[in-house]
Write a protein that binds this ligand. Structure first.
Ligand SMILES: [Ca+2]
Ligand SMILES: [Ca+2]
Ligand SMILES: [Ca+2]
Ligand SMILES: [Ca+2]
Length: 475
């Protein structure tokens, strides 16, 4: 499997940046103007390795720009930028048995409607040369992401899309199946969360953000390719305010973020069954952390409370027409799906009628107005299954509900609620495991007030904190 260190460096730049590796020789590629640099005293003669990497770069460049990504930016050249304005590749042990891609984070063209910058990549010559082309396909995709919106700081759009880019550039060779396992292990995690978080708060060591490749493959099946998704997350105002962000982009490309997520939960639930979705290929592993529901009129808890946009799967081992209800003190919005019954209830439409036995998922659709840049929160719930069918007065409500459901839900939930547990606030002990970076206590907890869903820019130190978390784990 590939070892891409880009997330670790994505935000560490805020602490003074990283120097490019020391090298003393290079070869250039006349086609792209790129240079591949190496250090003569390190790991033998690397010239032919560099020549091969430049050929791999040509392949990735042609394929991925044709895929719809924006061309990489030229860098400023000069001694600090590889000696020319071409893209720079460094074969160096600085990449710690892996590879990473970094940028100076400057808006290279103020007039292009993007928050795009130039970038360079570092590849450790000690990795298996047989995988060089896949590393190049992956890291070059990060170059293109930097050229689109370098302010996006959820890791899944970076790593999930770059993992899909391996497969796109070299069909049948990408590493997505390896990391998709890690995605399936933790369905309770939010779609925009990452392995660092899961390690720090749940002792789960997972390449979760890479495994979101499955999520992007689902999107491809919906007709949305990763470069299109990335174009939708470019900041409208061309500044550091991350609006729109990756979740906004999800809403744009699906037309309805809630319904899109529920549909994904349903299709994801079919992976590993006799009727798998076409986009998951022969990947065999269904979601983990399932709880068996084997009694009527009994409250069942999820194995882990889902974060905003996370989901919890239950095997309902009961027969006949059934009704699924969700009870929660949280003001988050809940939806549910029943996989074989092909039944969906979005926010405001629960309870859900379905036919047992079936696999069901309860999905945390987030509090009203949820913004991932301000944290994500776990929300507790209990699930109860009863016999019969849900009362059908929802039929008349459906049309009205689809337009106003976020507000309606919040009100309904709050009314049945004792108090603020699981509200958009960050302070309640029950939810403390899940609040965003500012609440970790590693640094000043003032400022951000996370999870308040205030649509304004996240300060750079939030990014830095994420970077530090990464360094703590993998350095
Ligand atoms: Ca250069
Ligand atoms: Ca720009
Ligand atoms: Ca945002
Ligand atoms: Ca953005």
């Amino acid at each position: 499997m590939l070892n891409c260190l880009t997330p670790m460096f994505l935000t560490g730049m805020w602490f003074g940046g990283y120097e490019r590796p020391d090298t003393d020789n290079y070869v250039s590629d006349p086609a792209t103007g790129a240079r591949c640099h190496w250090l003569e005293s390190q790991d033998g003669d690397l010239e032919s390795r560099c020549q091969d990497l430049l050929e791999d770069l040509d392949t990735a460049w042609t394929a991925q720009v044709a895929w719809g990504w924006h061309e990489p930016f030229a860098d400023p050249g000069g001694p600090d930028h590889g000696g020319s304005t071409g893209l720079d590749i460094y074969l160096s042990r600085d990449a710690w048995w892996g590879a990473y891609t970094l940028s100076d984070y400057v808006d290279a063209n103020p007039d292009d409607g993007l928050m795009g910058s130039y970038a360079y990549m570092v590849i450790d010559p000690r990795i298996n040369a047989n995988e060089d082309h896949l590393y190049m396909a992956h890291e070059f995709n990060h170059v293109l992401q930097y050229a689109t919106d370098f302010t996006e700081y959820s890791y899944p759009p970076w790593e999930g899309a770059a993992t899909v880019a391996e497969e796109y550039t070299y069909p049948g060779e990408g590493s997505w199946q390896t990391v998709a396992v890690d995605f399936q292990i933790a369905p309770f995690a939010g779609m925009l969360m990452d392995g660092y978080w899961l390690y720090d708060y749940h002792d789960l060591y997972l390449y979760y953000e890479y495994g979101t490749a499955l999520w992007f493959m689902y999107l491809q099946d919906q007709g949305v390719e990763p470069p299109e998704f990335w174009d939708e997350l470019v900041n409208d105002r061309q500044n550091w305010t991350n609006e729109p962000d990756a979740w906004d982009a999800w809403g744009t490309v699906t037309g309805d973020a809630d319904l899109g997520l529920l549909d994904f939960a349903l299709e994801r639930g079919r992976i590993g069954t006799a009727d798998p979705p076409s986009w998951s290929g022969d990947f065999p592993m269904g979601t983990k952390m399932r709880v068996t529901v084997d009694a009527l009129d009994t409250e069942f808890l999820p194995e882990n409370a889902p974060y905003s946009t996370g989901m919890a799967y239950f095997e309902v081992d009961l027969e006949g027409p059934l009704v699924l209800s969700v009870d929660s003190d949280s003001t988050t919005r809940w939806g549910a799906v029943a996989v074989a019954s092909n039944a969906v209830a979005t926010a405001g439409e629960l309870p859900l009628s379905f036919e047992g036995p079936d696999l069901v998922a309860v999905v945390n659709l987030g509090p009203p107005g949820w913004d991932p840049d301000y944290g994500t929160t776990q929300a507790d719930f209990t699930l109860t299954v009863t016999e019969g069918e849900a009362e059908t007065d929802t039929d008349t409500d459906t049309d009205a509900d689809t337009d106003t459901d976020s507000d309606t839900d919040a009100d309904t939930d709050t009314d049945t609620n004792t108090d603020t547990t699981g509200d958009t606030g960050t302070d309640t002990p029950a939810d403390d495991t899940g609040v965003g970076p500012a609440d970790t206590g590693d640094e000043g907890t003032g400022g951000c007030g996370c999870a308040t869903a205030t649509p304004s820019s996240a300060p750079a130190w939030v990014l830095g904190l994420i970077g530090l978390m990464g360094l703590r784990r993998r350095a």
